[in-house]
Design a protein around this ligand. Structure first.
Ligand code: GUN
Length: 282
C-alpha cells in the first residue's frame, strides 16, 4: 500500500489562516537580517517574506554586505532590540566565513523576547521545562510537531530516532518529543551501528543534510519518516531519505520539497505573533 504523504502546504496554510485575526489585531513586524549572498538563504528568505505578505504581516529585509564586520552586525542587532516597532527578528544562517565563529555571540545578543528563531539560551532553556514553556520554539522542530499533530500521528509512547544533533533542529526537536512522551534516541556522525538504531524507530527523523543517506534497509516496515534535510543535487532539491525506495515500506513520509519546509515558515510567523502577545503583557 502506498504511504500517506505528509504534505506541509495544507497544514501550513491552515496555521497561517488561523493567525490572520491575531495579525490584524496586533500588527506585529518581522525583520530578517541577511549578511552576504548565500543563494539558499536568499531563497529561504524569499519564501518567508512571501508568506508574511500572504497573511498581511509587516516585514523588512535588512540585507548587509558580505564583508560586514562583527561590530557593525552587533550594532544592527542592538538597534533592532531597541526598535519598539520591531516585534521579532532573525539573523539568517549560515553567516559568511569571517562571522561563523561568532554565531553563539550573535545569537546571545538578540533580545530573548524578540528571538523568534528561538535559538537563544533563554528560549531553548525554557523548552527543557515542559511543553507549556515552549513559547518561542525553533521553527523547524515546531513545524514537525504541528505536522505530526495535524496528521494525527501519536507521539506519546513512540520510539523516535532523530538523526542529526544540530542546535537548531535535532537537539530541540528531541526535547519537544520527550516533552510529549516519546522515547527519543539522537544519532549523529559518531553514532556506531546507525542502521540498527534507525530500524528500531516508530518515527524516524532525518535532519543531517546528506542526500539520500537514509536507505530502505535502515527503516522499519510501517514506520513514519520525517525528512528535514534539504540538499541540492544536480540543481534539484533532495532530502536525507531515499524517498522512492523508503516509500515502498513506510506508513507515512514527508516529501522534499513540500513536507517540513512550509511548516518551518508558518511556525516562524506564529512565533512572531506569540512574541507580540507576550511583549504586550510585559
Ligand atoms: N538557516 C536555515 N534555517 C534557518 C532558520 O530556521 N533560521 C535562521 N536564522 N537561519 C536558518
Amino acid at each position: 500500500m502506498s504511504p500517506t504523504l505528509l504534505l506541509g502546504a495544507p497544514v501550513a496554510d491552515a496555521l497561517l489562516r488561523s493567525l490572520k485575526p491575531d495579525i490584524e489585531e496586533l500588527n506585529p513586524k518581522l525583520v530578517v537580517v541577511q549578511v552576504g549572498e548565500d543563494p539558499a538563504s536568499t531563497s529561504y528568505i524569499q519564501q518567508k517574506l512571501k508568506s508574511c505578505d500572504r497573511v498581511g504581516l509587516r516585514h523588512e529585509h535588512r540585507h548587509l554586505d558580505e564583508k560586514t564586520p562583527l561590530p557593525e552586525l552587533m550594532q544592527k542587532i542592538e538597534e533592532l532590540n531597541h526598535d519598539r516597532d520591531v516585534t521579532g527578528f532573525i539573523v539568517q544562517l549560515p553567516l559568511p566565513k569571517h562571522l561563523q565563529l561568532y554565531v553563539p555571540d550573535i545569537i546571545k545578543a538578540i533580545d530573548p523576547m524578540k528571538d523568534i528563531d528561538g535559538f537563544g539560551a533563554y528560549n531553548l532553556g525554557k523548552m527543557f521545562l515542559s511543553s507549556e514553556f515552549e513559547h518561542l520554539p525553533p521553527a523547524t522542530p515546531a513545524g514537525v510537531i504541528e505536522l505530526l499533530k495535524s496528521y494525527k500521528i501519536e507521539i506519546e509512547g513512540k520510539h523516535v530516532v532523530v538523526v542529526g544533533r544540530s542546535n537548531i533542529v535535532g537537539k530541540p526537536l528531541a526535547i519537544m518529543l520527550v516533552n510529549r512522551g516519546a522515547t527519543v534516541t539522537i544519532c549523529h556522525s559518531r553514532t556506531k551501528h546507525l542502521a540498527e538504531l534507525t530500524r528500531q524507530a516508530d518515527i524516524l527523523v532525518a535532519a543531517v543534510g546528506s542526500p539520500k543517506m537514509i536507505t530502505k534497509d535502515m527503516v522499519k516496515k510501517g514506520a513514519v519518516v520525517i525528512d528535514i534535510g534539504v540538499s541540492r543535487v544536480n540543481g534539484k532539491l533532495c532530502g536525507d531519505v531515499d524517498f522512492e525506495a523508503v516509500a515502498e515500506i513506510v506508513s507515512a513520509i514527508t516529501p522534499v520539497p513540500g513536507g517540513v519546509g512550509p511548516m518551518t515558515v508558518a511556525s516562524l510567523i506564529r512565533n512572531c505573533v506569540v512574541a507580540k502577545r507576550r511583549q504586550a503583557v510585559r
